[in-house]
Write a protein that binds this ligand. Structure first.
Ligand code: ADP
Length: 499
């Protein structure tokens, strides 16, 4: 009798396995970190065997800890660090090189060359992405160009490329499956998100043979089974989604106009735009959210990331040392009713959407003799909320559907004052769920739907429980003044590092 779903959450610094019950509660968790490899400045790699072994070991550990037999697991779902690129030998399963991690900048010059030719237009129109070293495509090209013999072996069909989900599926299935899902495919720079196929024009440009690529499948489907030796008996493999897409599914943001924001070191905002991929005029990414079965349409999202949000709180703690822990920012900021004209633009590494200024730098402005650390703490929370507002407002201008509510998760979403400010600035309710393990939960849901563990999306809506809703309360003129002041502060931060 299957009572659980096993979610594998393969992240950038650790692999986690979480067992969920039918109510969507996590009943056991195991986590293992693995080494980060920095061969040169700006280069980041992982050993693919570290990824696989750590993921397999935590999956086994979570079953052992809780004395769960393979037969009690209805299905396994995978969510993963996105864009990280692995190529391996189809016969031996051996990687030809380390995984090139999403953060790795080694192909920045290749991207500049594509842009100089104007090919970034083609990439944007077909993939919804900007031409950046972040995505997998140029990493694949680099491996074929730089690993001796790789191109010849790729052309002969001897090699397989995959993002981390593919690599795990391959290993879990004992080499039987070379698959990925639409959400991960949409981050490769090689996948046409409108025709839902690998794109021959882009493949030709990057000189990547089709024989290398995985089969693209829905995000929720029974793909196959795990090899019997891994967990003692086979377990169905039923769900795949990239981490941000899985988090959106875990938030049950299933309808167009629903959005989620994950507040961590930085923030990831994704808005469900339904069956329509909305091209962005402002440098946001158009991406595939999921596809819930082969007979179901593909669902799209607009995605915007903000580089520094929780990291600004860390800076108050470690740089300025005006708080001892991240949580202390809340009582400190609550000592004042507002920042009283103080604004903090945490542009430590430039600004992303919608400003896109790599030369912007952190700016603390509007200081007076009366400014205290409480005002700076408050201005920091304002900045986290205002940056998220900017991204959501850009989505609205790009033609996405009107935002109805924002669902939140991530470490900084625990901060009640921040969530209230977010609701005030957006003018829509902010909803915080009881379960904030949304990434793993999303993968579990995708697998559980495929296995019939949950019957349909209504079950998931029932499982999604509100812990607290923050209703907007700020007067409209006060809100407009806050936003207008923020605009001026952002302008002052721009171009600073340019000389
Ligand atoms: P990540 O997954 O990016 O490591 P987490 O989701 O674990 O991030 O969240 C950690 C971030 O949240 C840190 O940057 C920290 O400064 C911030 N943070 C944690 N607690 C609070 C809080 N109560 N108020 C504001 N920020 C917080």
């Amino acid at each position: 009798m299957a009572r659980y779903i096993l979610a594998l959450d393969q992240g950038t610094t650790s692999s986690r396995a979480i067992l969920f019950d039918e109510a969507g509660r996590s009943v056991a968790t195991a986590q293992q970190e693995f080494p980060q490899i920095f061969p040169r400045p700006g280069w980041v790699e992982h050993n693919p065997l570290d990824i696989w072994r750590s993921q397999r070991d935590v999956a086994r550990a979570v079953l052992d800890q809780h004395r769960v037999r393979a037969a009690e697991v209805a299905a396994i779902g995978i969510t993963n660090q996105r864009e990280t690129t692995i190529i391996w030998d189809r016969k031996t399963g051996e990687p030809i090189y380390n995984a090139i991690v999403w953060q790795c900048r080694r192909t920045a010059a290749m991207c500049d060359a594509l842009k100089a030719e104007g090919f970034d237009q083609v990439i944007r129109e077909k993939t919804g992405l900007v031409t950046d070293a972040y995505f997998s495509g140029t990493k694949v090209a680099w491996l074929l160009d730089n690993v001796p013999g790789a191109r010849r072996r790729a052309e002969a069909g001897e090699l397989a490329f995959g993002t981390v989900d593919s690599w795990l599926m391959w290993n879990l299935s004992g080499g039987a499956l070379h698959v990925t899902d639409v959400s991960n495919a949409s981050r490769t720079l090689l996948y046409n998100i409108y025709t839902c196929d690998w794109d021959d024009e882009i493949l030709a440009k990057l000189n990547i043979p089709r024989a290398l690529l995985p089969e693209v499948r829905p995000s929720s489907e029974l793909y196959g089974e795990s090899a019997a030796h891994i967990f003692g008996a086979p377990i169905p493999l039923g769900g795949i989604a990239g981490d941000q897409q899985a988090a959106t599914f875990g938030q049950v943001a299933l309808k167009p106009g629903m959005a989620k924001n994950t507040y961590g070191t930085g923030s990831f905002v994704l808005m469900n735009t339904g069956e329509k991929g909305v091209p962005s005029e402002s440098g946001l990414l158009t991406t595939i959210l999921w596809q819930l079965g082969a007979d179901q349409p593909v669902t799209y999202a607009l995605e915007g990331s903000i580089f520094v949000t929780g990291a600004a709180v860390q800076w108050l703690r470690d740089g300025l040392q005006i708080i001892n822990s991240a949580a202390e920012i809340e009582p400190l900021a609550a000592q004042v009713d507002s920042a009283e004209g103080v604004y903090f633009v945490p542009a430590f590494v430039g600004l992303g959407a919608p400003t896109w200024d790599p030369y912007a730098r952190g700016t603390l402005i509007g200081l007076t003799r009366g400014t205290t650390r409480a005002h700076i703490a408050r201005a920091t929370l304002d900045a986290i909320a205002l940056q998220s507002y900017d991204v959501l407002e850009t989505m609205r201008r790009d033609g996405a559907i009107e935002l109805s509510a924002l669902r939140v998760d991530g470490g900084a979403s625990k901060n009640d004052l921040l969530m209230q400010i977010q609701a005030d600035v957006l003018g829509v309710p902010v909803e915080r769920p009881a379960i904030t393990e949304t990434t793993a939960l999303g993968a579990a849901y995708l697998a559980g739907l495929a296995a019939g563990f949950w019957s349909c999306c209504d079950d998931l809506e029932d499982n999604w429980q509100l812990e607290r809703v923050f209703e907007p309360r700020m007067a409209p003129d006060e809100r407009e003044a806050l936003i207008a002041g923020w605009r001026r502060a952002v302008e002052r931060s721009q171009g600073w590092a340019q000389e």
